[in-house]
Write a protein that binds this ligand. Structure first.
Ligand SMILES: [Zn+2]
Length: 215
């Protein structure tokens, strides 16, 4: 049993209005996001599946993984997806001082900037953990803090793959930001759900865009 809701309640969105929870639109657009990569095997598989549906997405990369798997990172860019910052070492905001947190994010941003021409700085806090002070500073530095509208729970080993799929199919609406992971841990559920999500919403006339197109 988890206390984290699949769909972010309106109240939470209203309590933290400076963070981006969804994109306000009446158009049939969905914003898929993938956290924790680049990951050997999984990320390239994801890129190929997205390509089959002409779908664009946003990859919230861990800086250290960019260093370890720079070719895969380059593949993400070559496919035309957006890149977001997910800290350098996947650290927890609530357990880290604002100074150290910002330093770790800057370290990751350095890796991103090396290969990706600077457009817009997107940041997603690992575990959704970020303190008001950290958030305020990042916004001052020009970051957009991207939270989510729908969690697939792909990473949760107690969640069946069919449930992961159902989470996304039933909770997604126009402008939803959906969280998946291109990680080994989430691969069983994500690799089951992603093609089905893409098929289902494509048939309903939706398209999939990267978040840099939303601002
Ligand atoms: Zn993460």
């Amino acid at each position: 049993m988890t206390l984290t809701p699949i769909k972010t309640p309106l109240l939470a969105k209203k309590l933290f209005p400076n963070y981006v929870w969804d994109i306000s639109t009446s158009k049939k657009v969905i914003y898929l996001t993938f956290d924790d990569g680049p990951t050997p095997e999984i990320t390239n598989w994801t890129l190929n599946v997205l390509k089959q549906y002409n779908a664009k997405a946003t990859f919230f990369c861990i800086g250290n993984n960019i260093i370890k798997h720079s070719e895969i990172f380059q593949n993400i860019l070559n496919h035309g997806h957006a890149i977001g910052n997910h800290t350098h070492n996947h650290i927890k905001g609530w357990k880290t001082s604002a100074e150290d947190y910002l330093k770790n994010i800057a370290e990751a941003q350095e890796q991103i900037s090396l290969k990706s021409p600077k457009t817009i700085n997107l940041f997603r806090p690992p575990y959704g953990q970020i303190t008001p002070k950290q958030g305020k500073k990042l916004i001052e530095f020009g970051y957009k803090i991207i939270m989510w509208d729908v969690l697939s729970f792909d990473w949760d080993k107690d969640v069946e793959k069919e449930v992961c799929l159902e989470n996304v199919l039933t909770k997604t609406t126009e402008g939803s930001i959906i969280v998946f992971h291109d990680s080994v841990k989430a691969s069983k559920n994500m690799q089951y759900a992603l093609p089905k999500v893409l098929t289902y919403f494509s048939e309903k006339g939706y398209c999939f865009k990267a978040l840099n197109e939303a601002f």
